[in-house]
Design a protein around this ligand. Structure first.
Ligand code: PGA
Length: 241
């Protein structure tokens, strides 16, 4: 039985004060009878400590927005697995399209980050997705195949989440049609060859499309950007029917 994971990615938003306010509003809105799903939020590094103090781990887990492959060293702006474990961080987002685009993150680096997370007992959330140009040229499946093969090489599929995030759907309000997203998620599952790997969809997930997305047989959860910043929107997503 695959687990359902609803994750929010706060990106470069939310101070510690914002985090406290969010949790105060968000926690009471969570439907506590839903123990069939896991709720995860990736705050910025500066708010992780506040987040872990103010949240209730029975309902909500923490993800980091990055992880390095070394335990320590001269790697300015990076974060090590040990630093995250100290704050009970459970997941690490790697390969998001923003670091891929703005910082030229390669499949090889993403692979090293994913392996590092697993070796240290964290679960990587590895993002893959094609650009609009690649989709229009009919290259989506080829791009996803390359990202999966190279980014997930030598990873353990039993401790892994893959998020299919078509880049043209991120922050644009254009959601990928649920059936199309399901088709790519099926491709990813087949490429990995492990039936129980957890696969999320991400890209303009909102309260008004969550129920349809979650009704797809090969989508086990979502990775939410913008709508995870608003307590009532993210609660509606977390409480999907
Ligand atoms: P969005 O972002 O929900 O704002 O489209 C998704 C993401 O970047 O993970």
């Amino acid at each position: 039985m695959r687990k359902t994971v609803i994750a929010g990615n706060w990106k470069m938003h939310m101070t510690c004060a914002d985090t406290r306010k969010f949790l105060q509003e968000f926690m009471p809105l969570l439907d506590k009878i839903n123990n069939d799903r896991e709720i995860v939020i990736a705050p910025p590094f500066t708010a992780i400590s506040t987040f872990s103090e103010a949240s209730n781990f029975n309902y909500i887990n923490i993800a980091s927005q990055n992880i390095h492959w070394e335990d320590s060293g001269a790697f300015t702006a990076e974060i090590s697995p040990q630093m995250l474990l100290e704050h009970k961080v459970k997941y690490a987002i790697v390969g998001h399209s923003e670091p891929r685009k703005y910082f030229s993150e390669s499949d090889e680096q993403i692979n090293k980050r994913a392996i590092s997370a697993q070796l240290n007992g964290l679960t990587p959330i590895v993002c893959v997705g094609e650009t609009l140009e690649q989709r229009e040229k009919g290259e989506a499946e080829r791009v996803i195949t390359r990202q999966v093969e190279q980014g997930l090489e030598r990873t353990n599929p039993a401790n892994l989440i893959v998020a299919y995030e078509p880049i043209w759907a991120i922050g644009t309000g254009k959601t990928c049609e649920a059936k199309e997203a399901n088709k790519i998620c099926t491709l990813i599952r087949n490429l990995i060859g492990y039936e129980d790997v957890v696969i999320q969809y991400g890209g303009s997930v909102k309260p008004n499309n969550i129920d349809e997305i979650m009704s797809m047989n090969n989508i086990d959860g979502v990775l939410v950007g913008g709508a995870s910043l608003d307590p009532s929107s993210f609660a509606r997503i977390a409480n999907f029917k």
